[in-house]
Design a protein around this ligand. Sequence first.
Ligand code: NAD
Length: 487
Amino acid sequence: MTVKNETMELKNYVNGKWVDSSALECLDVINPATGETIAKVPVSTKDDVDQAVQAAKNAFQSWRNVPVPKRARILFKYHTLLTDHHEELARLIVQENGKAYKEAYGEVQRGIECVEFASGAPSLMMGETLSGIAEDIDSEMFRYPLGVVGGITPFNFPMMVPLWMFPLAVACGNTFVLKPSERTPILANKLVELFTLAGAPHGVLNVVHGAHDVVNGLIEHPDVAAISFVGSQPVAKYVYEKSASKGKRVQALSGAKNHHIVMPDADTEKAVANIISSTFGSAGQRCMACSAVVVVGENNKFVEALKKKADELVMGSGMEEDVLLTPVIRKEHREKVLGYIEKGLEEGAVLLRDGRKETEEMEKGNFLGATIFDHVSPDMTIAKEELFAPVLSLLRTSDLDGGLQFIRQSRFGNGATIYTKDASAVRKFREEADAGMLGINVGVPATMAFFPFSGWKDSFYGDLHVNGKDGVNFYTKKKMITSRFDY
Ligand code: NAD
């Protein structure tokens, strides 16, 4: 498919062809569980970006005029192909990202759901009309695509995040240049291969591999009308500001610190099961992962049950049975997290469970055992920053107001959850929690493709979120027609 030789050097996909990048440098793509190099990814240049944008610009001239139902039919076919390749796609994710097969299988499903949503383009792209805005005068609104859209994606969801973007963008009549994460680039080539098989014309979807130069090439390019970005907070802010300064439409989804409030009346067993899976699944490398638990009241029963469950967690490579705790993406990231753990100790947090010890025998992969700090205060570094790792902070408070205050204090506002049976606590939480995606007794309240993925504060830069009606509005511009009929 995408390979040049035994070492599997990935190619770019431009104008319907696999092409060599003009890059002089390649990066290793490493299996996080084994440390093996499984592919090499070119660090493409701005020239490569220019070629891909030109191909997308040319393709846009005809693609914009393809009737919307015809565009939707390609997405129906794509849906079938993705479904047929569900297991293969999940295995590829495990190989390059390291997450457990079950998680990867679920990710593929979430990606397929985005294609399902985009297949509704004929309904989604409908405009609005009003006859009689004045005597003998009517108004109509039509939607049009923007042109070439650039998509820049993170390592942690190599399938779902690209599928948040390009299916809806192209269904709306845009053409697309995707820059996948250089740490998990393999799946993107499979996605574009299947999209071509589904009947997408040349140039509608292009892939340029690489790092900063490709990102800068896209956000500075005068022929790129809009940028969809998902990644860490500093990069999201940079991409947002730079793209906006160039007059582009931009949505930049960013980092997170998601608080889960455990009320005294919560079902301990269920809350623990949800928190364990949310915190330690995918090694905590999810933007909707629980990373801070607010324990309301002297609930030592909950804390003990949480620690006991963490002790029972199975750690290993993603293809092993019953594994929940998988490696983090790179050795350097593991080192950074170890630094955060030291910082937590220095700043006075109590290490309830030290996951560092369990990993001594697992030298090859980037493993880190489940780590839990207790008595964390909101001004500590581990409470403020996104660690993106299997490290959990427990914060203590006497009431719900205290928990809501912790959420307000966080610069991030992606998600938050409450565990309780108390309807008034639920309502107060719903009204006052300062985050865009809330869970009521739900561990990972990530939204489905037909709703916006709705982070707040420093978890999102822009106006229109990905997915749902926001996604359609982001990828289309509106034209108003006012007609007089007494002429
Ligand atoms: P990252 O910011 O390192 O990389 C994201 C993309 O930006 C990659 O394609 C990368 O090549 C590029 N990039 C990185 N540094 C750059 C720079 N200095 N200049 C230009 N481009 C650069 O993010 P990651 O580590 O791959 O992904 C994890 C992050 O993504 C976490 O912070 C997570 O919370 C966030 N994320 C957020 C959401 C959300 O919906 N809010 C979803 C998934 C992931």
